[in-house]
Write a protein that binds this ligand. Structure first.
Ligand code: PMP
Length: 292
């Protein structure tokens, strides 16, 4: 109880029993795709959306997932149920599978499927209350014409390098710019800024961001709450002069940003619009989703 891992047809109740080969190309080359999904109060939030994105990522890298999406949904539900948990972070991974020591994916006959129903804690609770400090990273986000940012692949080195940079500055997170110098996203989260009391800006997908599922939820909620949502490119200056700023992602959920590159954002504490949106988001997560 308290954890369940599905691996290629079997369920395991402990971390050290669910093991994969060192010849797995997910391990050797980051060749694979994944999703992070949350379960709130025994409801899987946006399950269909996550499964859809997983299969789309797989199509893009020519990885044929050997089971249909409906079966994958059922497996996720089953893994969650077996974990005995009510609030869960699910990590769903499909790698190219076991091959030889060369790159050639044709030598990997069967993809590895892993579903982990566990817990995740990206920031301590006080950061959610008081906000985080971020830096702008010198590491540019991958160009979408090289590695398309819609592919949620197992290769996160670009983002990890930016994350490492934050530690040098004692910050919590890094904001990555695209190759033209426009704000793209954080290392594993999307970014929003608020200006003129009701205008919510977030970078458009074509700048090379992952189109986060949480991002869409927030856009949707904000529109219903009469905010004007604007998806257009903006620069660091716009964050420096924003009234509020926050990040969104399945793992981090909604987290306020109070400082960037040593400039306070607004009053330097979580803003009232953030709090309104957070309340609406939390309500949604508690009421929506597939029952486990
Ligand atoms: N950007 C990146 C690079 C991510 O890895 C993620 C997922 N953690 C997000 C944004 C947020 O996406 P979602 O809201 O779908 O979790």
């Amino acid at each position: 109880m308290g954890l369940c891992i599905y691996l290629n047809g079997k369920f395991y109740a402990s971390r050290d029993k669910a093991l994969i080969s060192v010849y797995d190309h997910g391990f050797l080359y980051g060749d694979g795709v994944f999703e992070g999904i949350r379960v709130y109060n025994s409801r899987i939030f946006k399950l269909k959306e996550h499964i859809k994105r997983l299969y789309q990522s797989a199509i893009s890298i020519l990885l044929t997932i050997p089971i249909p999406a409906e079966k994958m949904e059922k497996l996720v539900i089953d893994t969650c149920r077996r974990s005995g948990l009510k609030d869960i972070y699910v990590r769903l991974v499909v790698s190219r599978g076991m091959g030889d020591l060369g790159l050639d994916p044709r030598k990997c006959p069967s993809p590895t499927i892993v579903i982990m129903a566990d817990k995740i804690s990206l920031y301590p609770p006080e950061k959610y209350l008081n906000g985080i400090k971020v830096i702008s990273s010198a590491i540019r986000r991958n160009r979408p014409d090289c590695i398309n940012s819609q592919i949620k692949s197992l290769n996160y080195l670009n983002n990890i390098l930016a994350k490492i940079e934050t530690f040098r500055y004692g910050a919590d997170e890094a904001i990555m710019l695209n190759d033209e110098g426009y704000v793209s996203e954080a290392t594993a989260d999307n970014i929003f800024i608020l200006k003129n009391s009701n205008k919510l800006y977030t970078p458009p997908a074509y700048l090379g961001i992952l189109e986060g599922i949480t991002r869409y939820c927030v856009i949707d909620l904000a529109k219903k709450m009469d905010y004007t949502v604007i998806e257009e490119p903006f620069t660091l200056h716009d964050i420096y002069t924003a009234e509020e700023c926050f990040l969104t992602g399945t793992g981090a959920e909604l987290i306020p940003v109070i400082e960037i590159d040593e400039r306070l954002i607004g009053a330097g504490k979580p803003g009232k619009h953030f709090k309104r949106l957070l309340a609406a988001y939390q309500k949604l997560t508690q009421t929506e989703g597939v029952k486990i």
